[in-house]
Design a protein around this ligand. Structure first.
Ligand code: SD4
Length: 381
């Protein structure tokens, strides 16, 4: 069963555009908008070459992800993120322009901006993926500033979780085979809710609002010259087994870009997204002549093939074509996307919710979703 939302997608040139996963991405892409426009300056003195424009597009993607990294109110990315089961933070991220030009970093423990470190890897090495302590040391060598990543708030959530685990009363939380906490699925309370930015820690203590889950910011960008790029940054699965890496730093999994075809970014349960190479599948569907909605649906059908999902599972995907048209979808309710283009900034529900009947949302999320879903828009400024 799936349900199409009533939205017409007529291919047309959409101009410059940034889109991001979850409502908290709106502030991030707003902050990067002027950087993107800088890449489209008509200043005759400006080098008109595509490479200059591309570099500004990458600046915008990087700026948006950095903004989310720095926001302590976002509990799934950067400084607001939750640690692994040892109480230590580890961050993953990637940046991509094309199958020939991308890089990711996994399990950074000392550097706050995985997309920035990934960009260094992309621009200063011939490699495409660095991980762990060596990735942090690479960042040190390239003058990236190290810092403490675990916030006081996240430490306190971790201590509560650790105490519950010791008492065997971890609450309405799904326990992994190895004792790790798998968490409830991420639900976006929307910008209108008191708990805005908190996919996993809504402010109420109600069942379904347990401090567990995982998600990410994925950003797709297009400049006026038609260049595409993508980036994503995440603290991954809270209380994950140390060393666990999700989809976000891997090309084809958390993000994919095929110039002149399209781009995609995925969010949700990294293990599911990686298993089906979700972002690659989406863009490849476009490449083979499918529509944007075909691309979204193809991802959801592949998720179906993974077999029965667990309650905490979610997959969200955003797909952009070469003209900047966008479609998005989620396996279950609870996903929102943010858009910034010449028409302003807004948050909207996905075009497709594949399993709308899986609607056991935390009470705390219902109000915000009602305000933001159905393609109502919220101007950022
Ligand atoms: C992960 N998928 O580590 C990531 C987190 C996130 O999309 O939601 N990213 O599983």
């Amino acid at each position: 069963m799936f349900r199409w939302m009533p939205k017409t997608l007529t291919p047309s040139d959409c101009g410059p555009r940034l889109v991001g996963t979850w409502s908290f991405a709106l502030a991030a892409i707003e902050s990067a908008w002027s950087t993107l426009l800088g890449s489209n300056s008509s200043d005759v003195d400006r080098v008109a070459g595509a490479s200059d424009s591309r570099s500004c597009l990458l600046d915008a993607i990087e700026a948006a992800c950095q903004h989310a990294d720095l926001d302590p109110g976002v509990d799934s990315v950067g400084l607001g993120g939750l640690p692994d089961s040892s109480g230590r933070m580890s961050l993953d991220g990637a940046i991509m322009e094309s199958p020939a030009r991308f890089a990711g970093v996994a399990a950074l423990r000392r550097h706050l901006h995985p997309v920035s470190v990934a960009r260094l890897v992309m621009e200063r090495t011939e490699h495409t993926l660095l991980c762990g302590a060596d990735a942090d040391e690479f960042a040190d060598r390239h003058a990236s500033v190290a810092r403490e990543l675990l916030s006081d708030d996240a430490r306190s959530v971790y201590e509560q979780w650790e105490a519950s685990r010791r008492e065997g009363s971890a609450g309405p939380i799904d326990q992994g085979k190895d004792g790790s906490l798998l968490g409830l699925r991420p639900v976006d309370p929307g910008l209108g809710a008191d708990s805005a930015g908190k996919l996993f820690r809504p402010n109420t203590g109600r069942e379904g609002a347990a401090p567990a889950g995982h998600d990410t910011i994925g950003v797709l960008g297009r400049d006026l010259a038609g260049n595409l790029a993508a980036g994503c940054s995440t603290s991954g699965l809270p209380f994950k087994v140390p060393g666990r890496v999700g989809d976000s730093p891997i090309a084809g999994h958390g993000l994919f870009v095929q110039p002149e075809v399209g781009s995609a970014t995925a969010t949700g349960t990294g293990e599911l997204i990686s298993g089906i190479c979700a972002s690659f599948v989406a863009v490849e569907t476009l490449r083979r002549g499918g529509t944007l909605l075909d691309a979204v649906l193809e991802v959801m059908l592949r998720v179906d093939e993974l077999g029965p999902l667990r309650p905490h599972h979610q997959v969200g995907v955003i797909v952009m074509d070469a003209l900047g048209n966008v479609a998005s979808g989620a396996y279950r309710p609870g996903f929102l996307i943010a858009t910034r283009d010449e028409g302003g900034g807004r948050v909207s529900g996905p075009d497709l919710v594949h399993r709308p009947e899986d609607d056991e949302l935390p009470e705390s999320a219902r109000d915000g979703l009602a305000k933001n879903d159905g393609h109502e828009t919220k101007e950022a400024r």
